[in-house]
Design a protein around this ligand. Sequence first.
Ligand SMILES: Nc1ncnc2c1ncn2[C@@H]1O[C@H](COP(=O)(O)OP(=O)(O)OP(=O)(O)O)[C@@H](O)[C@H]1O
Ligand SMILES: [Mg+2]
Length: 150
Amino acid sequence: MTYKITAYSEDDTIELAQNLESEKFPNMVICLEGDLGSGKTVFAKAFAGALGITENITSPTFTIIKEYYGGEMTLFHMDVYRLSDVKQDIGIEEYFTKKGVCIIEWADLIEDILPKNRLDIKIKIVDENTRQIIIIPHGSKYEDLCERVL
Ligand SMILES: Nc1ncnc2c1ncn2[C@@H]1O[C@H](COP(=O)(O)OP(=O)(O)OP(=O)(O)O)[C@@H](O)[C@H]1O
Ligand SMILES: [Mg+2]
C-alpha cells in the first residue's frame, strides 16, 4: 500500500508528523527522502515537539546524529547527507535497535543498511508551499499504523 498526501502548507506537514507520532513505538524507523528544502527537518521538528521534546531541534547535517531525551521516547535524529564526506563508520545500524524513534533525513543515501521494516516518506516539492508526500510502510506494524492514522 502506498499513501499519497498533498501538503498545501508547512502546517499540513506538521500535522502529518503529529499524527504519525501518536502511533509511535520503540524502534520505530522513519526514513525521509526529498530534495533540499522539501520539509524533512520540518517533519522531524514537528515529530519531536509531539513527543514532548522541548529542546530546539537543529539540523544534524554536520554531526550526522543528534539524540534527544526528555520526551515520551528518545529521538535519534539523523541527517546522512554528509555521511559519505566524513567516510567514517559511526555505527548507524546500532541505532535501529535502540529503544527510541529514528528519523533519518536523506535515508535513500544509506538504503543498503536500512532495516527491512520501516516507514518511507518521500517528499516532492510541487511549488513554494505545496508538497507531494508519498508514504510507504514496510512490514505489518507500519502497515497497521498507516491504516490507523492516514
Ligand atoms: N508544505 C510544506 N511542508 C514543509 N515545508 C514547507 C512546506 N511549504 C513550505 N515549506 C518550507 O520549506 C522549507 C523546508 O525546509 P527543511 O529544512 O524542512 O527542508 P529539508 O528537507 O530538511 O532540507 P535539507 O535537505 O536541506 O535538510 C521550510 O522553509 C518550510 O517553511
Ligand atoms: Mg533537513
